[in-house]
Design a protein around this ligand. Structure first.
Ligand SMILES: [Mn+2]
Length: 332
């Protein structure tokens, strides 16, 4: 699969890069690495995403390189190849996906999420490898192969972007999956990335005072079930006022630091009857099946869903907690 992709990229003159909505450190790092790498190969490259990155990613010069598909972006010209990073579900790239299909010769996914059992299939020729702990690791392998062909070397921009992907998705090497690849790749990238602590600070130490107040309230509202094995948090729109959507992303990961907790669920209210569901597991009980039953996807131990027309919140909450308690019981 990687060889086919290398050939397609060598042949392409123009490439557009994208990622899933609510773009995160893995998707952004992957696309910036490919942008800088493909430019070195003489390609015409741009990044067009569903939404703009959060402010904390500005250290990667995101404002210079990333446009969001809204009224202010430059119109997408006919392009040889579109690469969509860190998802294989086109629904998370809408409404941009339709435009990519119309304007690009081929649209491919590069991703490390499992293909959904009940969702859409990725386009033929896409590269999906669930053994990678981040999409950045796949982009590293792809760029290494391309650069070997052309006798080129990585540089500090490519290395910083890929290093960002890896430390973001592994949460500083907490979640590395089975292989030593994350560490080996990071070690290679550190030949050019001379200040990894700077990346760590930008990604993990940029809380505002407002965010700390929000976290205090959110954590105080945790509901514990199943003898402390299950945590549930609801974030309503009032709690999120004045914050970036990205600011709520850390809450559920903080909950997972509680020793007794095995799985956690967070429902973030994005609009009337509209919720973003996030699920996490420490590993014994998979949460992906529950995410899929709510129309979502993700990884075995970190998954989610966008729920529309939820109707009554109380009923949704009960359905969710019942499903989670059931999977706790069936994995006892
Ligand atoms: Mn990822």
């Amino acid at each position: 699969m990687i060889n086919e992709l290398v050939q397609k990229l060598l042949a392409a003159r123009s490439v557009v890069l994208s990622t899933h909505r609510n773009c995160d450190g893995d998707g952004i790092g992957s696309q910036l690495a490919l942008l800088h790498g493909l430019k070195k190969l003489g390609k015409s490259v741009r990044i067009l995403n569903v939404d703009l990155p959060a402010k904390k990613y500005q250290f990667l010069k995101t404002e210079k390189w990333i446009q969001a598909y809204d009224r202010t972006h430059d119109e997408l010209q006919p392009t040889d190849l579109a690469l969509i990073l860190d998802t294989n579900d086109w629904r998370l790239v809408e409404p941009l996906f339709g435009e990519l299909r119309k304007k690009c010769g081929e649209v491919l996914f590069i991703d490390h999420h499992p293909i959904l059992k009940t969702g859409p299939e990725p386009t033929a020729g896409s590269w999906i490898d669930v053994d990678a702990a981040s999409t950045g690791e796949l982009c590293y392998r792809l760029l290494k192969a391309l650069f070997t062909e052309r006798n080129l070397e990585f540089d500090s921009e490519i290395s910083r972007a890929l290093y960002t992907s890896i430390v973001f998705d592994t949460q500083l090497f907490r979640y590395v999956r089975s292989a030593p690849n994350s560490h080996l790749i990071a070690a290679d990238l550190l030949k050019f990335e001379r200040h990894p602590e700077e990346v760590h600070h930008h990604l993990f130490a940029t809380y505002t005072v407002e965010k700390m107040v929000f976290l205090t309230r959110a954590l105080a509202g945790i509901e514990y079930r199943a003898e402390g094995k299950l945590a549930f948090i609801r974030l309503d729109r009032e709690a999120l006022r004045g914050l970036q959507p990205d600011d709520s992303a850390d809450v559920i990961d903080m909950v997972m630091n509680i020793e007794s907790i095995e799985i956690a669920a967070l429902l973030r209210e994005d609009g009337p009857g509209e919720f973003k569901l996030s699920l996490r597991s420490k590993g014994r009980v998979p949460v992906l099946p529950v995410a899929e039953s709510f129309g979502g996807g993700g990884h075995r131990n970190a998954a989610g869903a966008y729920i529309k027309n939820a109707g009554d919140f109380g009923i949704l909450r009960e359905e969710l907690l019942t499903a989670l308690e059931k999977s706790l019981r069936t994995h006892e």
